[in-house]
Design a protein around this ligand. Structure first.
Ligand code: NAD
Length: 455
């Protein structure tokens, strides 16, 4: 294991040298990261294919291209984002100027999850670098080849006092969490999120927690069913359902439930998930295969339900006639199993969803603007989409993050820059005048004037 304390101490020393504060330095590091990604794209594709058969198509569209986008956006805007911003000065402080200076937090720790291993490790690192921090990155150990590939790429090319990958699982992460960082950015499960939050609290370290949850998709009776089914099936079975913002379950109006199920089954067939080669991702490991199989209630299978434990493949599966107390509705599914619940009354189903922890995402498929507004106004969730799934993550202007049990904070684009920055408020006073009003001795006439001036 690396000497973790030394890694952090050296990064702190480097940060204190102010080198990372130069905008040119940040841009140069981001450019270097982009070149390294481009030069090594094939190796990155190979590694993730070995880990869980993620194809070049999926790896490029759902991971690498998002990194290029984030880098490009950061390079273009970092000067603007870092500029001090003038704000109004209040009467009591005149004459003066007031402004807010964004400053990097310092030495940051980024802990990644396995399901989009490149994106979930490197996108926060891009934000941290843009904001002028140093980075210790701990990718998930489950996709070991992608973890190795990132360690090689970063550790052979960056100054470790600035950007270093530390590989490992629980012992290494625990050792990291015993250090004092200036920012911890964690992506993963709610349970581990609580461990990270507690460790951060010991040092009053600010956190971003990107967690999970059961994200609902609500389908009302007057939606465009064809497009609904297409976008829903894509979002659910992308990465074999191992997506934090995948629709976890569907609630569909009773009047269109049968039609929805038939069309969903057809859409699965047309997607040829298991017919075409490299068109469907493996489950990450045996433990998750076992967990998912246990959720497939044979009596409830509408389509799919078969699996192969050797190849770690589980068919896209739809379960029907599910109720909220069914086992599959207890925890985040995080796999290719889609429970379908039917409803009659939108208000009642919204109330039912609100009884549960706040999800990371929520989707509503409808042409009814009143129904749409009800869902958006009444259910609290991280972010989401109307008449689509998953794609809100591709718009960095929206920011991406959870609320309540699904997380704290947001990132991508300027939201990411903010997550790794402190905004220092400065009152910059003129010296050519100094009214006596606030100074001792405090007299009645001074108070009268103060009341007259500031109310
Ligand atoms: P996880 O919590 O098991 O692991 C995440 C990271 O924490 C890994 O790097 C792992 O090494 C480390 N870790 C695991 N156990 C630890 C412990 N006891 N102490 C310290 N560190 C520990 O999560 P996962 O299985 O990698 O990812 C799946 C979860 O992540 C799902 O709940 C999913 O919804 C969520 N997720 C959220 C987002 C998001 O952006 N909000 C993205 C992807 C995944």
């Amino acid at each position: 294991m690396d000497n973790i304390q030394e890694v952090v101490n050296l990064q702190r020393e480097f940060f204190q040298s102010n080198a990372t504060k130069e905008i040119e330095f940040r841009i140069a590091q981001l450019r270097k990261l982009e070149s390294l990604l481009r030069e090594n794209e094939d190796a990155l594709h190979e590694a993730i294919y070995k880990d869980f058969k993620k194809s070049v198509f999926e790896n490029y569209t759902t991971e690498i291209s998002l990194l290029y986008h984030d880098i490009k956006e950061a390079i273009k805007n970092v000067s603007k984002w870092s500029k001090k911003k003038r704000v109004r000065t209040n009467l009591a402080n005149l004459p003066a100027r007031s402004y807010i200076i964004p400053e990097p937090l310092g030495v940051s720790l980024i802990i990644g999850a396995w399901n989009y291993p490149y994106q979930l490790s490197l996108a926060p690192a891009i934000a941290a670098i843009a904001a002028g921090n140093t980075v210790v990155l701990k990718p998930s150990e489950l996709p070991i080849n992608t973890s190795n590939a990132m360690a090689k790429l970063i550790n052979e090319n960056f100054n470790p006092n600035f950007f270093k990958v530390v590989e490992g699982g629980v012992p290494e992460t625990t050792a990291l969490l015993n250090q004092k960082f200036d920012k911890i950015f964690f992506t993963g499960s709610i349970g581990v999120g609580k461990i990270v939050y507690q460790a951060a609290a010991k040092n009053l370290t600010p956190v971003t927690l990107e967690l999970g949850g059961k994200s609902p998709a609500i389908i009302t009776e007057n939606c465009d069913l064809k497009i609904t089914v297409k976008r829903l099936i894509w979002g659910k079975f992308l990465n074999a359902g191992q997506t934090c913002i995948a629709p976890d379950y569907v609630v569909v109006h009773r009047s269109i439930k049968d039609q929805f199920l038939e069309m969903a089954k057809k859409e699965i067939e047309q997607s040829k998930f298991l017919v075409e080669e490299d068109n469907y991702v493996q489950i990450i490991n045996d433990a998750n295969v076992e967990r998912l199989i246990s959720l497939i209630d044979a009596d409830k299978v509408y389509t799919g339900g078969k699996y192969n434990t050797e190849t770690r493949i589980i068919e896209p599966t739809i379960l029907t006639d599910i109720t909220f107390d069914h086992e599959v509705m207890q925890d985040e599914i995080f796999g290719p199993v889609l429970p379908v619940i039917e409803y009659d009354d939108l208000d009642a189903i919204i109330a039912k969803i609100k009884e549960r922890p706040k999800p990371l995402a929520c989707y509503v498929f409808t042409k009814d603007s009143e129904a749409k507004q009800k869902v958006l106004d009444q259910i609290s969730f991280g972010g989401g989409a109307v008449n689509d799934t998953v794609m809100h993550i591709a718009n960095s202007n929206l920011g991406f993050g959870g609320v309540g049990d699904s997380g704290i904070g947001a990132y991508h684009g300027e939201h990411g820059f903010r997550a790794f920055s402190h905004y220092k408020g400065i009152l910059d006073k003129a010296t050519w005048i100094e009214p006596e009003l606030k100074y001792y001795p405090h007299t009645k006439s001074k108070l009268k004037w103060i009341k007259r001036l500031i109310g």
